[in-house]
Design a protein around this ligand. Structure first.
Ligand SMILES: C[S@@+](CC[C@H](N)C(=O)[O-])C[C@H]1O[C@@H](n2cnc3c(N)ncnc32)[C@H](O)[C@@H]1O
Length: 328
């Protein structure tokens, strides 16, 4: 009886882990641009040769692809992609593959360090330089969903000056700059590499400027009608967040808006990923836990900001957009 239970459990674990294969396969395909190579029927030999890859491992990847329905054998030894809509687009096309990359190269290895970290009471250090590019790119995926809510507020308040703190590659202000040509947008960003990309991406826009700056050493030249802080709060130590709200609030014109995008710490009945985010951030000595809903309201109140709205951006990840109005 006990042995039967053991087998059932082992099989359940394996079954539960099956979805991992889909993510793994898509990740490898994205990282090596393999799906593109198999857009037309190809042999493994030709692809391995063209991309200078290990043929034996490529054959394994193809075999798994066939078993999970991402690839099909179209004639003897020739394979082609199947269910194209399920696969990530190739790199550089604002592809969802970048989320897989972040999950596989950053989130999973981090979570696997838990036993070690718990034993040694240690934390990892988040390497900004190594991950800034990927993180900035994944944040851009959120843009599609969060952007309309920001643009609506900007229009409603007729904002003339907008500041984006920790702007990453400048995705939000780039889009807004095109839609609102008479508004002046400034983005500040700490990472040199990311600043370069943001500058290039917005080079043709006169009403968008990007500066390299640490938000703690920054002050805008004039009061702003809207300040945005998108996916940055987890970089701020908990004990400094109230001070940050007060500081930013002092940069906002009376009647102006503070707009924040952030995942919010999940409770027991939140979707699992909202909780996993917190486990991930808690693993680093230089990243900090997510804010709670009540904290966001309280930090705002203390800083003279009245809550205008708190709306979901992505339910599965516990992502929200929170907007406040400067009172006095
Ligand atoms: C997750 S990204 C979000 C980028 C963008 N706001 C978005 O939502 O798409 C966070 C960005 O904040 C930047 N950042 C972190 N700490 C900062 C600081 N003290 N001052 C300015 N930027 C900072 C990081 O380099 C990173 O590019």
């Amino acid at each position: 009886m006990i042995d039967v239970m053991k087998m059932v459990k082992a099989r359940t674990y394996m079954k539960r882990n099956e979805p991992f294969l889909y993510s793994w396969h898509a990740y490898v395909g994205y990282e090596l641009d393999l799906f593109k190579s198999f857009e037309r029927p190809m042999t493994q030999f030709d692809v391995a040769d063209a991309l200078d890859l290990d043929e034996q491992l490529l054959a394994q990847w193809v075999a798994i692809g066939v078993s999970i329905g991402y690839l099909k054998e179209v004639s003897r030894n020739r394979y082609q992609i199947k269910n194209r809509w399920k696969l990530p687009k190739s790199k550089g096309n604002n592809s969802s593959g970048v989320l897989l990359k972040e999950m596989m190269e950053l989130h999973l290895p981090t979570l696997l360090q838990y036993p070690e970290m718990m034993r040694n009471r240690s934390r990892l250090h988040f390497d900004e330089g190594e991950h800034a590019g990927t993180v900035a790119e994944t944040s851009r995926l959120l843009e599609v969903l969060a952007y309309p809510k920001m643009a609506k507020r900007l229009k409603e308040k007729n904002c003339r000056r907008v500041l984006d703190i920790g702007c990453g590659e400048g995705g939000y202000i780039k889009k807004m700059g095109l839609r609102f040509p008479s508004t002046q947008f400034t983005g500040i960003e700490i990472s040199e590499e990311v600043v370069e990309t943001a500058k290039q991406l917005t080079a043709s826009q006169d009403n968008v400027s990007i500066e390299q700056a640490d938000l703690w050493n920054y002050k805008p030249e004039s009061l702003q009608d809207m300040v945005m802080v998108n996916n940055v709060l987890h970089y701020i130590p908990l004990e400094k967040r109230q001070a940050l709200f007060k500081e930013i609030s002092s940069w906002v014109e009376k009647g102006g808006v503070l707009s924040i995008v952030t995942p919010i710490a999940g409770g027991p009945d939140s979707p699992p990923f909202a909780n996993v985010f917190n486990s991930f951030f808690s693993s680093f000595d230089n990243l900090y836990r997510l804010p709670k809903r009540e904290e966001l309201i309280e930090w705002g109140e203390e800083a003279g900001l009245e809550l205008l709205s708190l709306q979901t951006v992505i339910k599965e990840g516990g992502w929200y957009i929170v907007q406040y109005e400067k009172k006095s």
